[in-house]
Design a protein around this ligand. Structure first.
Ligand code: THU
Length: 131
């Protein structure tokens, strides 16, 4: 799966976002080393704290189906579904990535329909907590 196709899957996943409170639509597409893509969206809740981010939805779908090894993730998000190039994964999602991914895990942040910025997990979460 090439980078652009994964980014398009993340953009597509934004449409499933359940976000009546923040009105931020977020989509993620996670490629496992088995070659499967797991998509996710953010799912909010009236009680706020049960809200789950798009990235963790994608990771938890994959992990709950037996996946343990991942290649890259694409993330697209923004208020009212308008892609915000600054929409990087939150700290909790970075920590979940650190549990399952190597420091060179690739994180693609969609800028617009046809462009993305790329970071490694080590760049977004240096000195990750590990036990
Ligand atoms: N959100 C994500 O889906 N991913 C992130 O990495 C940051 C935040 C969602 C959670 C909430 O529904 C909305 O964006 C605003 O915080």
């Amino acid at each position: 799966m090439n980078d652009k196709t994964l980014c398009m899957s993340a953009i597509n996943a934004m449409s499933f976002s359940y976000s009546p409170y923040s009105e931020c639509k977020v989509g993620a597409a996670l490629l496992s080393s088995s070659g499967k893509v797991y998509t996710g969206c953010n799912i909010e809740n009236a009680s706020f704290s049960p809200t789950v981010c798009a990235e963790r939805t994608a990771f938890f779908k994959a992990i709950s189906e037996g996946e343990r090894d991942f290649v890259k993730i694409a993330v697209a998000g923004g208020k009212n579904g308008i892609i915000d190039p600054g929409f990087t994964p939150c700290g909790v999602c970075r920590q979940v990535m650190a549990e399952f991914c190597r420091p060179d895990f690739r994180i693609l942040i969609v800028n617009a329909e046809n462009s993305f910025d790329e970071f490694s997990l080590a760049q977004l979460l240096p000195e990750a907590f590990k036990i």
